[in-house]
Design a protein. Structure first.
Length: 255
């Protein structure tokens, strides 16, 4: 790769970190750029190299959010562990499953998310006045970590978005707090996928570490903006990113 290729990848990693910190979906920025710059790279290697940046960025976002947002660590850390295990299992299945079958499904889900958020403007803007029971909260976090974590290892793009929508809808959590919770779970899923893909030789470590540094910069900026501007800002970015992901996946599938 030449200097222009490196510049493109580092710029993409920075932008992905910003998007991921606010609403998730940074994978749809880094992965296409990586495959474009290095067209001969194996999909598993692209995914594994991306996971270094993704794990670094989500870790930085967790630290930034934790300074301002109350974090229920006894609930979220076990969720992150579940996500790590299921993401590793998802990564193991990448070579066995044709990922193209998942693209129309993901598009349909994302379109549903966009319609839902548009039709329900109160979702994620304020905390629920009647908070869920502890049992329901544990169940929602565990199921979201397990199912969405597996998806992160298998395909990836939109993981943070799906987690935020799940927590905002089912737990009545406002978007900034939902984003903070999502980063902890997403951190676990990124780590699980990275460990598996690294152990199986599907990581370009030098490139991945350089992208990780850029991703951290974008992630810190994004999480600070989410904290400063509040739920309305996160909701607006969420809609833009969801629509962008639908267009990008549609172009990939049908273009």
């Amino acid at each position: 790769m030449d200097l222009a290729d490196w510049a493109a990848l580092l710029t993409a990693a920075t932008a992905a970190g910003w998007v991921d910190a606010v609403v998730g979906g940074g994978g749809l920025i880094i992965l296409p750029t990586l495959l474009l710059v290095a067209p001969t790279i194996a999909p598993q290697t692209a995914l594994g190299t991306n996971k270094i940046a993704a794990f670094s960025g989500t870790s930085a976002a967790v630290l930034t959010f934790a300074r301002k947002v109350p974090m229920r660590w006894r609930l979220l850390l076990p969720g992150a562990l579940i996500a790590a295990v299921t993401a590793a299992a998802g990564s193991a299945a990448v070579a066995l499953i044709d990922r193209e079958y998942f693209i129309p499904i993901v598009m349909a889900v994302l379109i549903g998310v966009a319609i839902f958020v548009t039709a329900r403007p109160s979702i994620g803007v304020t905390m629920a006045t009647d908070p869920p029971t502890r049992r329901k909260t544990i169940l929602v976090v565990a199921l979201a970590a397990g199912l969405i974590g597996a998806y992160d290892g298998l395909l990836g793009p939109g993981t943070g978005t799906f987690l935020i929508i799940t927590f905002a809808t089912l737990l009545g959590t406002e978007f900034v707090r939902a984003a903070a919770m999502a980063k902890v779970i997403n951190c676990g899923s990124n780590l699980g996928a990275l460990i598996f893909l690294g152990a199986t030789g599907h990581v370009l470590w030098t490139l991945g570490l350089a992208m990780a540094a850029a991703n951290i910069v974008g992630s810190v900026i994004g999480s600070r903006m989410a904290l400063a501007r509040g739920a309305g800002f996160v909701r607006a970015v969420l809609l833009v990113v969801v629509i962008g992901m639908v267009i990008r996946l549609g172009w990939q599938q049908f273009g």
